[in-house]
Design a protein around this ligand. Structure first.
Ligand SMILES: Cc1cc2nc3c(=O)[nH]c(=O)nc-3n(C[C@H](O)[C@H](O)[C@H](O)COP(=O)(O)OP(=O)(O)OC[C@H]3O[C@@H](n4cnc5c(N)ncnc54)[C@H](O)[C@@H]3O)c2cc1C
Ligand code: FES
Length: 298
């Protein structure tokens, strides 16, 4: 199937997303623990539907939000890392790296505190068969904190009977974590730039090797990570004719299409709003993953 056909097909699937209930809702924080250099916090969502992998939520703490010079004023976007039904509602897990006032506040949430939650929002990942009838497997490529949406997507793919291979890379020990907690069930091939774990180098080195085999013809690639990693994945997949979806980041003020703060240039000209047309996008739909001002550094 031609790459442009993939884009059109993915664009038509906008209705496949799980739609958020209107307004924000108050959820109880039930856990917060360290995961290497990151933290995982969990809330109970009594009213929201189960999200699909790749969707995100807008989060803000009920207390202590806007304390440092009024910042953070707006809620912050977070990919859902896992969602499991419990007797008291859906337990949502989020992986956080403290990089500024919002993430610093979320990283120190305590059990019993309240969190404002809006979501699930945005376009989720597509199943391999939706990207091409010949595609039966999946290769997940995560960089740093970008492993979060791949965790729930790996489980949902496994429940669909899809064979999944997972590649995760980190910059260094301080900017790593979450693999043991979120991928405990399965084999993960690791890479790190400082060599503290797995292959010394980039996670895209592992992807290149994997795509030398039969995987290039039978698997779709799903990636989330820093812009430079996403751009490398986009180029590798383009050069090999492999279908790929990228979960991207951009500065998001509203999260539901009203502010246009999250505009990303399209390959054919024009822009998309990443919060409603993404955050998951077909790799051949965008001009570049190197969007100014977007994304973590890994
Ligand atoms: C769809 C989506 C999903 C996300 N999922 C996660 C997640 O699972 N875990 C997580 O820790 N973070 C995630 N983020 C990023 C998080 O929302 C931002 O890092 C957030 O702005 C941080 O808020 P802050 O107040 O701590 O720092 P800010 O004051 O907003 O920023 C601090 C520093 O980080 C840079 N920066 C922060 N966020 C972004 C961004 N999105 N784009 C560009 N530059 C940025 C700023 O330039 C600045 O240097 C996600 C973002 C999006 C759009
Ligand atoms: S974040 Fe407001 S339009 Fe996308």
């Amino acid at each position: 199937m031609a790459a442009s056909d993939n884009s059109a097909r993915a664009a038509e699937r906008a209705t496949d997303r799980v739609v958020a209930p209107p307004g924000r809702r108050l959820c109880e924080v039930v856990d917060n623990h360290g995961a290497g250099g990151y933290r995982i916090f969990s809330v109970l969502d009594a009213l929201g539907p189960e999200p699909r992998g790749g969707q995100f939520y807008m989060l803000s703490a009920a207390d202590g939000w806007g304390q440092r010079d009024g910042r953070p004023y707006l809620p912050r976007a977070f990919s859902v890392a896992e969602a499991q039904p419990t007797d008291h509602g859906l337990r949502l897990d989020f992986l956080v790296e403290a990089v500024g006032p919002g993430t610093e506040r979320l990283a120190v949430l305590r059990g019993g505190e309240a969190l404002w939650v809006t979501g699930p929002l945005g376009r989720p990942f597509s199943r391999p068969g939706e990207l091409g009838p010949e595609l039966a497997g999946a290769i997940l490529v995560g960089g740093g904190i970008g492993l979060a949406p791949l965790a729930i997507w790996r489980r949902q793919l496994a429940e669909l009977g899809v064979a999944v291979r997972t590649l995760i890379g980190f910059r260094d020990r301080a900017h790593s974590g979450g693999v043991e907690e979120l991928f405990s069930c399965c084999e993960v091939r690791l890479a790190s730039e400082d060599g503290h774990t797995g292959h010394r180098g980039y996670v895209t080195d592992l992807l290149g090797v994997l795509l030398e085999g039969d995987s290039a013809r039978t698997a779709a690639v799903y990636a989330c990570g820093p812009p430079a990693m996403l751009e490398a994945v986009r180029e590798i997949c383009r050069d090999r004719g492999v279908s790929a979806e990228l979960a991207m980041e951009a500065p998001m003020a509203c999260g539901f299409g009203a502010c246009f703060g999250c505009a990303v240039p399209l390959a054919g000209g024009g822009y998309m709003r990443l919060c409603v047309d993404g955050p998951v996008v077909a790799a051949d739909r965008i001009a570049t993953a190197l969007v100014p001002g977007s994304g973590h550094q890994g």
